[in-house]
Structure formats: C-alpha cells, structure tokens
Write a protein that binds this ligand. Structure first.
Ligand SMILES: *[C@@H]1O[C@H](CO)[C@@H](O)[C@H](O)[C@H]1NC(C)=O
Ligand SMILES: *[C@@H]1O[C@H](CO)[C@@H](O)[C@H](O)[C@H]1NC(C)=O
Ligand SMILES: *[C@@H]1O[C@H](CO)[C@@H](O)[C@H](O)[C@H]1NC(C)=O
Ligand SMILES: *[C@@H]1O[C@H](CO)[C@@H](O)[C@H](O)[C@H]1NC(C)=O
Ligand SMILES: *[C@@H]1O[C@H](CO)[C@@H](O)[C@H](O)[C@H]1NC(C)=O
Length: 788
C-alpha cells in the first residue's frame, strides 16, 4: 500500500502540469477513503495527509508519519463529528475539497471556487513542511492549511496578525478546548481562556504591545520561536535555548489542552517521545479558566485540581471544573441596623481583579471591616495594602505563593425572620448594584481597549515570581464533616503523636484532606450521652459556634463505640505554655488583650450562640494560641456530652481543682457564673504570670486569689507584677474585675458581658467586697489544693 501511495505521489510530481490522472486525489474526480487506508505522503515521508482514526470513526488531518507516535498537527473541521468509513475525500472540478458520504450532505474542507480562474485549485499536495496545499493549473498555491492552524504551528509556519491557536478539548478529543493564544493587532501575543478576550483576562503575554500592527509569531527549523514586526525585524525571541543545528530535530509549538503553550522537539537519536524545549509557564494552575466561577486551582500531586471556598459547594460534584456556588444566602443588608454577618477567610488565593471599588487599607482587618459596612460587598480581597471590594462570582481563582493575599467572603445565612420589607430594600439595592456594575463593565471595556494590555507586563513579572510550587494551606471549611474511624486512624497515623491530654480524652495530631490540613483529633473517653442523635445534636451546636476566640470544630466521628472530634490545629500550644513555660515574659499589653479575647469568647458561649454553652472547665490549658498569637477557647460544649442531665447539677465532672467555683463543692446548680469564677482565677494568673497555686513561695502568696485579695486590701497591687512596670490604675482595674468574678456567691459575680464592659473601661468598677482574710477560712482553702 505504501508503495502504491508513493506511486501516486510520483505520479503527482511528474504529472503536475498534466491534467489527466484518473486515480489520484491531486486531480478533480480522484479520491481518498478510510476503507482502503489511502493517504498522501510528503516527498521525504515526514508528513501525511488523509483520514486518521478518531473516536469511533475518522477525521481528516495532517500528522507526523515517520515517528511511532503519529502526532496530529492539523485537523480539518475540528468540530465536526467523526466520519464513517465509507466516505470519500474528493477535489471537485469546481475547486472545492470535500468529504462526500454515501448519503447526505458533502462536508467542505477547502473552497477555492471563484470567478477568478487563476485561483481555482486543480490539484492538492502535502509538502515536506507539513503544509497541505491546493494548487492552480500552473502549480501556484491557492490555499494552504498553514493559514488555518488549529492548536499547533510548525517550522516555517507563521501565526499572522489576528491569527490564533485554540487548544483541544483533550488528548482524545480535538474539538476546540478552553484556551487560546492570539496574535493581537497591537503586537502583543497573549494567552486567554476562550471567551475572555474582551474581558482582557490574559494569563500570559509577550508584552510586545508597543510593536504595532502586523506582528507575527514564527518558528524556524532550529526550534526558535520569535516575533517579527511588520517590516520583518525580529522584535522578540520567545525562547533563547535553540541551537543552530538545522535538520537534526523536528519541532512543533502547541497550545496544549491544559492551556500552556509549549515548544516540543523530537529527534531520532532520542526515545520516541516529544521533549519540551520551552513552555509559557511551569505552574499548571497559571491558565485562567481551569476552574469555574467561585472556585480556585491548587496543585495536588502535580495535577491542577479545583477547590471550593468554605460554604461553597461544587455545582456538579462529578465535574468540579464547572465551579462552585455558595451554600448560603446573604440576609438583607441594611447599614442602619446591627449586622450579623460573619466572614470566612481564604488565604493565598488570587482572583481576577473584578473589584467594583478599591480602597487603600493598612491591615487586612480594616479591609474586612470595609466590606462589612458596605452592603454591596460580598467578598473583599486584601493584597499590598489594597482592599478590593467585589461581588460574586469570583473568577479565575488559583493558589498563589506570594502568601499575602487574603480573601474575605461575607456570609450571614442562617438568620431567620428577615422581613419582606427588608427584602424589597435588597431588591432595590441589587438593581442599583447591577446598574453600577454595568456602568463599571462598560468603563472597563473602554479601559481594556485602550490601556488594558499594559497590564500584561505586570502579569508576566508577577507570575514569574509565582512559578514555584505553592504551599498547601487549605481554605477553612466551616461545615462539619463526618469522618469514619478508619479515616481518622489514617489521619493520625494510628494515633501516634499525642499533643495533649484533657479531662475529656487524649488529643492527637493528624492531617486530613490529602495532607493539606493539620488537625487536632480528640478521642473522647467516658462519653455519657448515648445515642447518635444526642451526639449529633451536640456536634451541631458546637459546629454552629463561629467566633474568632473559639477553636473551630471541623468534624467528628461517630463510629461504633468510637467518638472523636476533629479540631483546627493550633500552632502555638496553650496559654499555660505561653504563661508558665515560655522563657520570655509576655508583656502587659498582650496579656490584657488575651484576657479580653477570652472574655469575648466566653461571653459568646454564654449569651450569643444559639444554644447557650457552659464551658465548665476554663483554665489556661484549655485556651489555645494560634499562629498569630490570638487566644482561642477549646473544649467547649463537651460538658454536656459527659453529663447529659442539663438543668441541674453536674456531678461527674467538676472542672479542674484550683479553678472550679464553690458551688461545685456545695452541690448547688451550676450556671454560667461557674465559668465566670474560673475566668477570674485565670485572670489573676494572666496578670501575675504564675499558677493559681504555687508551693515555692511565702505561705501568704501560695494561693494566688488570697494573695491578690490581700494586696488589693493593703493597696499594694504593684507587688503582684514583679520586675515589670505597669500603670497602677490599669493593674487595679484588672484586679478589681478578677475579685468581682471570684465572689463566693454566684449571684454576686458579674455576667461575662459586664466583665467585658469593665475591662474595656466603658463602665465604672465599684470596689469589690473583700474578705477579712482568705487564709483564715480553711474550708475554702481546700478547694485550692492541687491534686497530687
Ligand atoms: C480508495 O477507495 C476510493 C473509494 O472507493 C477510490 O476512489 C480510490 O481510488 C481508492 N484509492 C486507492 C489508492 O486505492
Ligand atoms: C496560479 O496562482 C498563482 C499564485 O496565485 C498566480 O500567480 C498564477 O497566475 C496562477 N496561474 C494560473 C494559470 O492561473
Ligand atoms: C520594526 O522594528 C524595527 C527595529 O526595531 C523598527 O525600526 C521598525 O520601524 C519596525 N517596524 C514597524 C512597522 O514598526
Ligand atoms: C546560524 O547559522 C547561520 C549560518 O550558518 C548564521 O547565519 C546564523 O547567524 C546562525 N544563527 C545563530 C543564532 O547562531
Ligand atoms: C451546605 O449546606 C447544606 C445545608 O444547607 C449542608 O448540608 C452542607 O453540608 C453544606 N455544605 C458545606 C460545604 O458547607
């Protein structure tokens, strides 16, 4: 058969001017067909043109014929469905090249029919360059495949101004895919997601936007990719690693299905494989549009993967590249009322800059607050002291290495009882926003048209920095996940690394989400609450708590007899380590801030969350410090699991000696005031940086609460902070708050809300009632004795 093809070719070469040939494609009336596997071969045998198998039928195209891996470089009618095997490819006397089925319509591949006879094709040929050409009767080229590239250019081929290459859908599907590279009229060569050229959403460019009209992309036989301007000057070499050794290798430049433009070489002295000489990016999350709206790209095991931010779900779990939608609806926004929005934070993800408003902002928290105050704001991105306020959907998200990008997503879903009046307001608000957005978009288009291209210089500079692998901090996931025991066994590597032991069980370090997130896994012991629904209700109550001073519960396991809780992992250990083990003394201001943070966290548990939670075990070991030095309360909500009888007495657990309130001993009902007491004891420890009970000090100082009481009475509070200067009035204020909190009578203690007001200085603090002497009251002393 090959011999026959060769014969046909020879026939063509020698009879090019002879109009008589009955069996060759090169003449009107002759044909190729998949049935007899006939195709045209270039003189050197490097390229072939004809039918090739595609999906369950055939396609017409050009491929490298002399290598094992018959790489296709061009396809006619790439969107057409595959042809059956009984079609024929013919050059008609009208000068059209068509595929003719047994029945039905002809499919046009090339058309040279015109009134001008000199432009009418009378033969066809595949050249050694890989160019398939139609020729007129004197052998002049009147049509060439090089003018209609698909996703590849070959040496000698030129991508002229306004020309573009469009990636294929997949290796096995050569239909038009998601990405293109465009030779722009301004001289810039730019890669875009398909459909986003007008948006100016380029993700790679040669930054040659000053070169003027008529620039073309060229590839030569040495594997040199470069741009020529209209007068034929080389204005930019895209790759510089080419060698002047023509003929040794084959080359092609292709925009691949993953959106990256690559130059490949293939030489006979290497393995039968294409070797990447150069690529537009090494970071495969770089191309915009890999992931749909509201989702972002991360690299997992070397592959780009799409992720949803917390509180967003995939639109289609099976097709995650389609994007995510939010899992909540924003309540009506009214700036005059108290808002109850919360913010989720996503770190190290960049989005397309679609801000409707950009403000300068010193800290990320002030950026978040701006968004909080602005009803139109659904997300805020803080980067380089700039706060970009955005509406959903967020687009073109990807993990970046720069590490200084924070995205805040505004949520405030579960609030019930929002009146219709407010909805109307929201509707009106929405319409206003829509008009503003439309106006902004219009302006945006104009801007893009005029100066937008300049951005690519910045893009290119920026992303060069970002090309390295990115770190894997996963976005906070707010919804509770149910884990199987096996999963947690894997996550903790069979529970090897113990990071803590508490009243409720042992805590282990682990990793979840394919190693993306470090967590603390608490294995509960002696759980009293039986039954799955009770347990799940508790989990739900804990899961619903969202406060920056509470350690977040991420998930749980209810599997057989196993009960485990999965928490966010706190880098910096507990407050106890911070206060008593660290060699550096934490300074006063920081300590005051910690006291306030804890007070806010407890107040939230007592008064603000849906189901009121009494912690029952407030102590420095249960306060964890995050990587930014913020204090977060751990282990809340667990008392109920261990002691299901809610209303009255908690007898089984009774907090920790040294911190528990007198009512524990007296069998009185336990209320939120028990937490206030423990908080007061801990407050003393924080201001004095010592344990509540200490043996190696003078007897009158051993029990901290007594000593503080005595010092205050003697007007000698400065004794409490040694080797440290603290303003006396500030110190006294703290001491007074602590003394009120540790009142013997539960009803005398202030609420946590009041404690916060006192600490913040918004209310006056009356002098607390003092006891004549703590030491002379032995029964109470017993409650401060540490267990052996
Ligand atoms: C292949 O088959 C087609 C259609 O049957 C025929 O026109 C053509 O001449 C054949 N070509 C060769 C090389 O046998
Ligand atoms: C064939 O095409 C070439 C290039 O378009 C043209 O110069 C030539 O006149 C044409 N020949 C005939 C016979 O029409
Ligand atoms: C092409 O580049 C050369 C050298 O930079 C310059 O002199 C020439 O004017 C450019 N041509 C056009 C059309 O811009
Ligand atoms: C390649 O070789 C040719 C002639 O051998 C020479 O003119 C040209 O400058 C060389 N190019 C490079 C990049 O070395
Ligand atoms: C989304 O919300 C539904 C209920 O509204 C909940 O079942 C689901 O777990 C939530 N998913 C996430 C990821 O928050």
């Amino acid at each position: 058969m090959a011999f026959l093809v060769l014969l046909l070719l020879l026939n063509f070469v020698f009879n090019a001017t002879n109009a008589q040939s009955t069996s060759s494609i090169i003449k009107p009336g002759s044909s190729l067909s998949p049935i007899n596997n006939s195709y045209l071969l270039s003189p050197s045998g490097q390229f072939a043109f004809g039918f090739y198998p595609y999906k369950k039928g055939y396609s017409v195209g050009i491929w490298f014929e002399n290598i094992q891996q018959k790489t296709i470089v061009w396809t006619a009618n790439r969107e057409a469905s595959p042809f059956p095997s009984d079609v024929t490819l013919v050059l008609t006397t009208e000068g059209t090249l068509i595929v003719r089925p047994k029945q039905g319509q002809d499919v046009l591949i090339a058309d040279t029919s015109s009134d001008d006879v000199s432009q009418l094709a009378t033969s066809a040929s595949i050249l050694d360059s890989g160019n398939f050409v139609l020729l007129n009767s004197s052998g002049g080229i009147v049509w060439k495949s090089f003018d209609f590239p698909t996703d590849t250019i070959l040496p000698g081929q030129r991508l002229a101004v306004t020309g573009k290459l469009v990636s294929s859908v997949a290796e096995s599907d050569h239909g038009s895919g998601k990405f293109l590279i465009l030779m722009q009229t301004d001289g810039n060569l730019v890669q875009y997601p398909v459909g986003a050229v007008e948006l100016g959403a380029g993700y790679w460019a040669t930054s040659t936007f000053n070169a003027g009209y008529g620039v073309s992309l060229n590839l030569d036989g040495n594997g040199h990719l470069y741009l020529l301007n209209d007068t034929g000057f080389n204005i930019k070499s895209i790759n510089t690693n080419y060698v002047n050794a023509s003929g040794k290798s084959m080359y092609r430049a292709t925009i691949d299905t993953d959106g990256i433009f690559r130059l490949y070489s293939h030489s006979s002295d290497r393995f039968d494989d294409w070797y990447t000489e150069w690529s537009s990016s090494n970071y495969r999350c770089d191309p915009f549009g890999l992931c749909g709206e509201n989702s972002y790209c991360v690299m997992i095991d070397g592959e780009p993967v799409c992720r949803c931010p917390p509180h967003f779900d995939f639109i289609n779990k099976k097709r995650q590249e389609l994007g995510c939608r939010k899992n909540y609806s924003l309540v009506a926004c009214d700036t005059r009322n108290d808002q109850t929005f919360d913010f989720l934070e996503v770190n190290d993800v960049s989005w397309k800059d679609d801000a409707y408003l950009s403000l300068s902002s010193k800290t990320k928290n002030s950026c978040r607050d701006e968004c909080y105050r602005d009803c139109s704001c659904e997300a805020a991105v803080f980067e380089n002291e700039l706060c970009k306020m955005m509406k959903l959907p967020l687009r073109f998200g990807r993990r970046v290495l720069s590490g200084q990008v924070t995205t805040f997503l505004k949520i405030g879903g579960e609030l019930a009882g929002v009146g219709t009046r407010k909805r109307k307001r929201k509707l009106r608000m929405d319409m206003l926003i829509i008009s503003i957005t439309v106006a902004c978009l219009t302006l945006g288009f104009l801007a893009v048209a005029t100066i937008g291209v300049r951005k690519y210089r910045a893009y290119v500079r920026k992303y060069k920095r970002v090309l390295r692998l990115v770190n894997n901090r996963v976005a906070e996931d707010v919804s509770l996940k149910s884990f199987s025991f096996e999963e947690l066994k894997d996550a903790t590597n069979n529970f090897v690394e113990v990071i803590g032991k508490g009243a409720y069980g042992t805590v282990f370090k682990g990793v979840i989400f394919d190693g993306e997130r470090t967590v603390a896994v608490k294995r509960l012991e002696k759980v009293v609450a039986e039954g799955e629904s009770d347990f799940l209700n508790e989990m739900k109550a804990i899961g619903k708590t969202h406060h920056k001073n509470l350690v977040r519960l991420l998930g749980y396991c209810y599997d057989g007899t196993n009960r485990l809780l999965v928490y966010e992992y706190m880098e910096n250990g507990s407050l106890a380590d911070f206060l008593f083990k660290s060699r550096l003394k934490v300074n006063w201001e920081v300590r005051v801030e910690i006291v306030l943070s804890i007070a806010r966290g407890i107040c939230y548990l007592h008064e603000e969350c849906e189901t009121r939670i009494i912690h029952c075990d407030i102590k420095p070991e249960n306060i964890l410090m995050d990587d930014k030095g913020y204090a977060k309360i751990a282990d809340f909500g667990l008392a109920k699991l261990l002691m299901p009888n809610q209303t009255g007495t908690y007898t089984e657990i009774r907090g920790t000696r040294g911190y528990f309130a007198p009512e524990w001993l007296r069998n009185l009902p336990i209320t939120v005031k028990a937490d206030v007491y423990s908080f007061g004891i801990m407050l003393f420890e924080i201001i004095c940086c010592r344990r509540s009970v200490k043996a190696d000090v003078p007897e009158n100082e051993q029990v901290l609460a007594f000593w503080v009481n005595d010092c205050f009475k003697a007007n000698e509070v400065e004794k409490l902070v040694q080797n440290e200067f603290v303003e006396k009035s500030k110190l006294e204020k703290m001491v007074k708050v602590g003394l009120w909190c540790t009142q013997d009578e539960a009803s005398s203690r202030p609420s946590m809300k009041r404690v916060i007001l006192m600490l913040e200085g918004t209310v006056n603090i009356p002098d607390p009632p003092l006891l004549s002497s703590f030491v002379s009251s032995p029964p109470r002393l017993s409650s401060f004795v540490t267990s052996p």
